[in-house]
Design a protein around this ligand. Structure first.
Ligand SMILES: NC(=O)c1ccc[n+]([C@@H]2O[C@H](COP(=O)([O-])OP(=O)(O)OC[C@H]3O[C@@H](n4cnc5c(N)ncnc54)[C@H](O)[C@@H]3O)[C@@H](O)[C@H]2O)c1
Length: 241
């Protein structure tokens, strides 16, 4: 099927893990071009994928990439803010460096990219912005004060954008996805005991796979979700019911 036929997409944090699955999914569903943007190098086989080096804390670098896409296609239809990091510690032991690093990437970085891309959507009066939150942003988690703050923060930013960018009849939507525990390099070092505990608490009885998240992104990127905005879609196997 070609559920995002003709669309131009930009996905951040896509050298591996969930971001990589999102790029592959959008590219296989008919996107004209998927710009895969990460501070790490990666290679893709699909011809409609271009991987670029982008650090989402570098506002100048982001501006240059958006200008390059504008010159080539004149639009970005789908923005997926997926890049994110963790620097976990109990609150009492959390250093200022740990706090600042996570806020800078997960919160300010999402703002940086969206602020650069939004004018293109506004001038075309259409677009879909999808930002990766987390179940931790909805319910908190021991050892993740910094991460939880950012993942709740992106929900509030998304709600704001859903109101700001759709003014005057523009068809610009902004939604979040809140994944549960997904098997990726980010979670691979978690102790087996924690993973087993998660499985037990999850009605569907398994960790999520990157493709579970990519499928939700595909829906929010496509016209099938054209009346959905300002929403946070939990993709957790039921972990947070
Ligand atoms: N894995 C999970 O269980 C889970 C659960 C909830 C939410 N999430 C969120 O989903 C997203 C993807 O998670 P993942 O598990 O695939 O992570 P990951 O660590 O496997 O991959 C993250 C990617 O982001 C890139 N990145 C990090 N900082 C960057 C920066 N400053 N600029 C550009 N790229 C940068 C990394 O190079 C990497 O390729 C993150 O936002 C994460 O918080 C993951």
């Amino acid at each position: 099927m070609n559920r995002v036929e003709g669309k131009v997409a930009l996905v951040t944090g896509s050298a591996r893990g969930i971001g990589r699955a999102i790029v592959e999914k959008l590219a296989s569903e008919g996107a004209t071009m998927v710009y895969s943007c990460d501070m790490e190098m990666a290679t893709y086989e699909q011809e409609n994928v271009k991987h670029l080096i982008m650090n989402i804390t570098d506002r100048e670098g982001i501006k240059n990439i958006v200008a390059e896409i504008k010159e080539k296609y004149g639009r970005i239809d789908v923005l997926v803010n997926n890049a994110g990091i963790t620097k976990d510690s109990l609150m009492g032991r959390m250093t200022e460096e740990q706090w600042d690093a996570v806020i800078n990437v997960n919160l300010k970085g999402v703002f940086n990219v969206t602020q650069a891309v939004a004018p293109l959507m506004t001038s075309n009066r259409s677009g879909s912005i999808i930002t990766m939150s987390s179940v931790v942003g909805l319910y908190g988690n021991i050892g993740q004060t910094n991460y939880a703050a950012t993942k709740a923060g992106v929900i509030a930013m998304t709600q704001t954008w859903s109101k700001e960018l759709a003014r005057k009849g523009a068809k610009i939507r902004a939604n979040c996805i809140a994944p549960g525990f997904i098997t990726t390099p980010m979670t691979k070092d978690l102790p087996e005991k924690i993973i087993e505990g998660m499985r037990e608490k999850t009605p569907l009885g398994r960790m999520g796979e990157p493709e579970d998240i990519a499928n939700a992104v595909l829906f929010l990127a496509s016209e099938e979700s054209s009346f959905i905005t300002g929403h946070t879609l939990a993709v957790t196997g039921g972990l947070v019911i």
